[in-house]
Design a protein around this ligand. Structure first.
Ligand SMILES: Cc1cc2nc3c(=O)[nH]c(=O)nc-3n(C[C@H](O)[C@H](O)[C@H](O)COP(=O)(O)OP(=O)(O)OC[C@H]3O[C@@H](n4cnc5c(N)ncnc54)[C@H](O)[C@@H]3O)c2cc1C
Length: 414
């Protein structure tokens, strides 16, 4: 391992791999430090069509296209026996209308391998432990990272001219630099696994199915079919809503919620769990700033909202796409306005998703989604955001998302 590099990236998930690939293609000396050995499990399996453009820009789309992941062309919502279908090719914004439902162990490895092929160096089982910004104590223009090699149990230091934190839920720099700020969302918990689904032939595997719990509308489940006859199945509820099933193990908890929804119970009557059942609690997070001297935060290392609209990987890749050219400018000695060129434009799209997430849980968006006779133009605008086009300010529902969604929900309620 060289102990100097232009850019050190912490984490080789979608944000880290995209940033590494983009920078390496520009001739930048990029070293990625990834705590795990790939392939490794990760959650976040339903992509949005918007991220296909990001994959293309990062030079990673062909490898993803070639793998044979399950196609995804829309989303279906189910509440009290009523279905609402969204076809992404009926969206308002231009751009791809198809994407994939992916097993993240394989998907993330494809991206990381692609980044390496494009010139980045990835060090697996290397964990960032500490970081020291030298300019505070001297005139040097690099940051020193303390990296632990988990295979040899030894520690090394690496000097980098710029650091991108793409450590996801690890949130390494927010913790080390005291940048964490509370999320506006309550603590929610997700319990999830993979199942051999045995879904009937009539079931449309090309869509994510989101199911609203019939009694508690802020509890919801997801079913994400893959191309190999398995699906991802999960439930999301506030932490206290798990209290009555506290005595059960995670698999029993998940099945308890499935059994409470007759259509889902029917649909999964021949299914069986084929992977570890996992649980994540309190994943929503925010930070006081997305950048600082010689560093920027990408993907989940910055703000994470909620899984309901599958926005996480798209935001992660968008942050990499926005940051990479600014890092190059910084390395070239040009002045970069990280607030106006990175943080604000990135947060604008995140804020659109946030309006949707809030509207999902307070019922406004659910009223719009399940409105029986939707206006075609409005449905196209909603569909666009569901497809990930949250930065398209030509979409009125993006430009004034809060105000427009409120007005829409009110007219649907009438
Ligand atoms: C229940 C749930 C369901 C979700 N479903 C979806 C979905 O359907 N679609 C979607 O788009 N998103 C979904 N998400 C969000 C998605 O998981 C994340 O937004 C996405 O993985 C973020 O990518 P990332 O590259 O920022 O981080 P990650 O994918 O988390 O990658 C971070 C990497 O950093 C490494 N790392 C961590 N700490 C260190 C360290 N100290 N040193 C070195 N390496 C380190 C980790 O090992 C990891 O490989 C979901 C989230 C949750 C909680």
């Amino acid at each position: 391992m060289n102990n100097c590099c232009d850019v050190a990236i912490i984490g080789a998930g979608p944000a880290g791999a995209c940033a590494a690939s983009l920078l390496a293609q520009q001739g930048v000396d990029v070293q990625v430090f990834e705590r795990e050995q790939f392939p490794r499990f990760s959650i976040g399996e339903s992509l949005l069509p918007q991220c296909m453009t990001f994959l293309e820009q990062a030079g990673l789309l062909d490898a993803v296209n070639q793998h044979g992941f399950q196609r995804k062309d829309g989303a279906v919502f189910l509440q009290q026996g009523q279905f609402s279908h969204f076809e992404f090719d009926e969206k308002f914004s231009p751009g791809p209308s198809q994407t994939f439902q992916v097993q993240r162990d394989t998907f993330d490895k494809i991206l990381a391998d692609g980044a390496e092929k494009n010139g980045a160096k990835i060090h697996y089982r290397h964990q960032l432990e500490a970081l020291c910004n030298n300019s505070k104590s001297s005139n040097t223009d690099y940051t020193t990272l303390t990296i632990k090699d988990l295979t040899t149990d030894t520690t090394k230091t690496v000097n980098a001219r710029f650091v991108l934190d793409a450590s996801g839920f690890g949130r390494v720099l927010p913790r080390l630099l005291d940048l964490e700020s509370p999320s506006d969302f309550p603590v929610r918990q997700a319990v999830f696994t993979h199942i051999t689904d045995q879904l009937p032939d009539s079931f449309d595997r090309n869509k994510i199915l989101i199911i609203v719990h019939p009694q508690c509308a802020d509890i919801w489940l997801w079913l994400i079919p893959f191309s190999n006859g398995t699906s991802s199945l999960g439930v999301v509820a506030r932490q206290e809503q798990f209290a009555e099933v506290e005595h059960l193990n995670h698999e029993q908890q998940l099945m308890h919620f499935v059994d409470e929804i007759p259509q889902l119970k029917d649909l999964l009557s021949n299914a069986s769990v084929c992977a570890q059942v996992r649980c994540i609690t309190g994943y929503s997070a925010n930070v006081s700033t997305l950048y600082g001297e010689r560093f920027a935060l990408l993907g989940n290392a910055g703000e994470f909202l909620d899984p309901v609209f599958s926005s996480g990987v798209t935001i992660a890749m968008q942050s990499a796409i926005m940051a990479a050219p600014l890092v190059v400018k910084t390395l070239n000695g040009e002045t970069v306005d990280w607030e106006n060129e990175f943080s604000q434009p990135l947060r604008r799209g995140i804020s659109t998703f946030k309006t949707f997430v809030e509207g999902w849980y307070n019922g406004d968006l659910r009223n719009v989604i399940f409105y029986p006779n939707p206006d075609t133009k409005i449905k196209r605008m909603v569909c666009s955001v569901l497809a990930g086009y949250a930065w398209d300010s030509d979409n009125p529902l993006v430009k004034h998302s809060k105000r427009r969604l409120k007005a829409l929900a009110e007219s649907c309620a009438q």
